[in-house]
Design a protein around this ligand. Structure first.
Ligand code: SF4
Length: 469
């Protein structure tokens, strides 16, 4: 695969003939095609949205049938192309682009392998029987279909297995494969196959397991090879073009940047204490409380909280007044104006390069490394379990929800822990999950505002009733 500038593009579908390609790609080797740099990046981001969505669904414990719907929606939303003949190209380019991104460490490889395998299983299950057989042929599966005569002789046994799983017995034209039983340990352990003389009789709808295992092992080897190529040559050869894109992609935040002030309008200083209690995520609530307590925050904390407040709609004058009121209690007014006010104006793009700085995403906050005396970072990641429990208790998280939150933290699913906290405090699901502190704020305001609106409606209705009586 060659990456080119904006001018050139050679089409895989038209050059290879889309009709002759299998309906799903096995990504065995990078195709001979030219890719525009902007397609390389945007296709990779779209696929990443799909894989991150699958990862989120799995860690939230969604049931298989819910995962089916989720993956279908994710593909529909992200993997389309305005030109239908380009859909396959997009799939292949995005896969190979993310291979570069996710080959570079054991953790990245593991994650990519699991998500790509889940996606492959979904796609294989939704192929027609002919296409499934074509994919099996591509994998050179050494198993033969059971003959009609043999099938007839074991029909009763196959029916018993199907009934034990709550399914209908196989029809006369059903296809089964005879597979050494040790090749399908999952099916054997779950008593989902009939076993006879060392062979398991695997139904066509169970073949996905065999194929997915081969897909996974093939991709796992390919990722190791890609990593070797990446470290030995690609990283250096492409240091001005692909390398920055690849390095940014594995840690990219894919949502809005919240650099503009909140859609709910500005927040005013007089409301900020109450709003912090009801709508700040724990990372910001902790910084806010520490600022009120110590009248000081170190640089990391000032940046994390300051940009968040800017994103939620605190204007520059109010931001200066807010920080001044606290810091002057500790360092005095003069020192505040001399040493701290500049940075606040800088964050709002009024000093220095006049850049409009963006509030930090969860990913950035979770990856930070607070030192002694720092209060920034993500409490789910950086607090001890004891401190986290105490902080969640102060927020009003009940003991049942707290155990769920702590369970996610122990498995290092920090954003999911934050999502569960949000759900417990707002008594509402948050299907998209929490990806940004400003998203937490914005979603919280929406829910709280809609509750106020509906209680106002009830009051108005009651007043109207009284008038009518
Ligand atoms: S998950 Fe995100 S919003 Fe929640 S506490 Fe951590 S950094 Fe803040």
């Amino acid at each position: 695969m060659e990456i080119f500038g904006p001018q050139s593009r050679r089409n895989l579908s038209s050059s290879n003939g889309a009709g002759t390609l299998p309906t799903i790609s096995l990504y065995r080797s990078a195709p001979e095609l030219e890719v525009r740099l902007e397609d390389f990046e945007s296709f990779a981001i779209d696929r990443l949205r799909v894989l991150k969505g699958i990862s989120d669904g799995l860690s939230r414990g969604k049931k298989p049938e819910e995962m089916e719907i989720l993956i279908k929606d994710l593909l529909k939303e992200n993997m389309r192309h305005q030109d239908a003949t380009e859909v396959l190209n997009k799939d292949i380019i995005s896969h190979f682009a993310l291979r570069l991104v996710y080959c570079r460490s054991e953790d990245l490889r593991k994650w990519f392998l699991s998500m790509e395998s889940a996606l492959f299983r979904y796609r294989f299950r939704h192929l027609k029987a002919d296409a499934q057989r074509a994919v099996m042929g591509e994998f050179d599966l050494p198993y033969g279909a059971v003959s009609n005569v043999e099938l007839e002789s074991i029909k009763e046994k196959l029916g018993q297995v199907a009934r034990s799983m709550g399914q209908f017995p196989p029809t006369a034209d059903a296809i089964f494969y005879k597979v050494p039983w040790e090749d399908v340990p999952e099916l054997v352990a779950g008593r989902k196959v009939f076993i006879n003389q060392g062979y398991a009789y695997v139904a066509m709808n169970q073949v996905v397991l065999l194929v997915a295992t081969l897909f996974r092992s093939q991709l796992s080897k390919a990722l190791i090879l890609t990593n070797r190529k990446w470290t030995s040559s690609i990283r250096e050869d492409e240091k001005h073009r692909l390398t920055p894109i690849v390095e940014a992609l594995s840690s990219s935040y894919l949502g809005p940047d919240y650099s503009q002030s909140s859609e709910h309008g500005d927040i005013s200083l007089k409301d900020i204490d109450q709003i912090a209690k009801s709508s700040f995520p724990l990372c910001m609530r902790h910084l806010f409380d520490k600022l009120k307590e110590d009248h000081h925050l170190k640089h990391g904390g000032r940046m994390q909280l300051g940009l968040f407040l800017k994103g939620v709609g605190l204007n520059l004058d109010d931001a200066l007044a807010f920080w001044r009121a606290e810091f002057s209690k500790k360092v005095g007014l003069e020192k505040f104006e001399k040493e701290y006010a500049y940075n606040i104006r800088h964050n709002y793009g009024k000093e220095g390069k006049r850049t409009d700085y963006t509030p930090y995403s969860c990913h950035r906050i979770i990856s930070s490394t607070p030192g002694a005396g720092d209060h920034h970072g993500c409490p789910y990641r950086h607090f001890s379990e004891e401190n986290l429990r105490a902080a969640l208790g102060r927020m009003g998280v009940n003991s049942r929800a707290m155990e769920d939150v702590i369970g996610k933290v122990r498995n290092r699913h920090y954003q999911l822990a934050c999502t569960l906290t949000f759900e417990a405090l707002h008594s509402m699901p948050c299907d998209a999950g929490i990806n940004h502190p400003n998203q937490y704020f914005s979603d919280s305001r929406k829910i709280l505002q809609s509750k106020v609106d509906s209680s106002l409606q009830i009051v108005i209705q009651l007043d109207t009733c009284e008038l009518l009586l």
